[in-house]
Design a protein around this ligand. Structure first.
Ligand code: PHE
Ligand code: CO
Length: 293
């Protein structure tokens, strides 16, 4: 079906040297599109399986238990999963669904989907030559990285709250500040557990190199979660993170982000005007950082 976006150029985030891929003419007005499972080649399925297997064997000792326990609910990796199969299980567990999208979508459309407990998953997979590094999120990042934690009730509620909060941030012109929260939690978050630090962020969990780096390397800084500090912090999109934020539990994350952000944005803006933003990798005087075991 041709949607209202036919012929419309997709949105890009950050600065890249080539246009985004993905056929947006297939998308409906909410940017979702049907997953055409028959269109995947044998090579596509093989790429998925190889990515999945490489990542799965890295999880012990690096990924949080909630993720490890849920990842097999994506189904056997022999084939790229069918979105409908996963949605059926997710719906029973936490009331979430996954929906196909042609690639990155505009912020407001993204927030609106999350607010309805629908998680957009890019439906194409990287080419074999991009096995280790793909510039945009593909189906492997979106499914393997993001979907397992949607089976966790508290995290699932956080994601919906983020979507509702995003719609509000759009009205308040605060998306840039809110995006930092997404980046440092949903994409690159670490969690403290009785066994040590573990990853829960999708950008880490779907990355071959960054998973170990984030949890074990002495290089990056690991800073305790603090909402306003986090919103002042820049991030890097083209290399491993120089800073990560550590939560104690998903409940802590949910509760710390539950209050109305309207005064939070105001206060963060005032602080930035006075003291500036904080660079990735920067630690402020008196700030406690986590040691790696
Ligand atoms: N409490 C936030 C607000 O009022 C919404 C939100 C919740 C944003 C969770 C992000 C994560 O804007
Ligand atoms: Co992602």
């Amino acid at each position: 079906m041709k949607g209202v976006n036919a012929g419309v150029a997709p949105v890009t985030y950050g600065t890249g040297s080539r246009p985004p891929r993905g056929d947006y003419s297939r998308a409906r007005s909410d940017y979702t599109c049907a997953q055409d499972h028959a269109q995947y080649s044998q090579a596509d399925h093989a790429t998925y399986r190889r990515l999945y297997e490489r990542q799965l064997q890295q999880l012990p000792g690096l990924a949080c238990d909630e993720f490890i326990d849920a990842v097999q609910r994506l189904g056997a990796p022999e084939q790229i999963p069918r979105f409908d199969d996963i949605s059926e299980k997710l719906m029973k567990a936490t009331g979430w669904q996954i929906v196909g999208v042609p690639g990155l979508i505009p912020e407001e459309a993204f927030f609106a989907l999350l607010a309805e407990r629908r998680f957009p998953v890019t439906d194409w997979i990287r080419k074999p030559e991009e096995f280790d590094y793909v510039v945009e999120p593909d189906i492997f990042h979106d499914l393997f990285g993001h979907v397992p934690l949607l089976f966790n009730p508290v995290f699932a509620d956080y994601m919906q709250a983020y979507g509702v909060g995003g719609l509000k941030a759009s009205r308040l012109d605060a998306c840039e500040l809110l995006a930092r929260l997404y980046w440092y939690t949903v994409e690159f978050g670490l969690i403290q557990t009785p066994h040590g630090l573990r990853a829960y962020g999708a950008g880490i969990l779907s990355s071959a190199g960054e998973l170990r780096h984030s949890v074990k390397s002495p290089e990056p800084e690991r800073i305790g979660f603090d909402l306003q500090r986090l919103m002042r912090s820049r991030y890097r999109i083209d290399t491993f993170q120089a800073s990560y934020f550590v939560i104690d539990s998903f409940q802590q994350l949910f509760e710390a982000t539950a209050p109305d952000f309207t005064p939070v944005y105001r206060s963060v803006r005032e602080r930035i005007a006075r003291d500036g933003e904080i660079n990735a990798g920067e630690v402020l005087p008196g700030e406690r950082v986590y040691a790696v075991a």
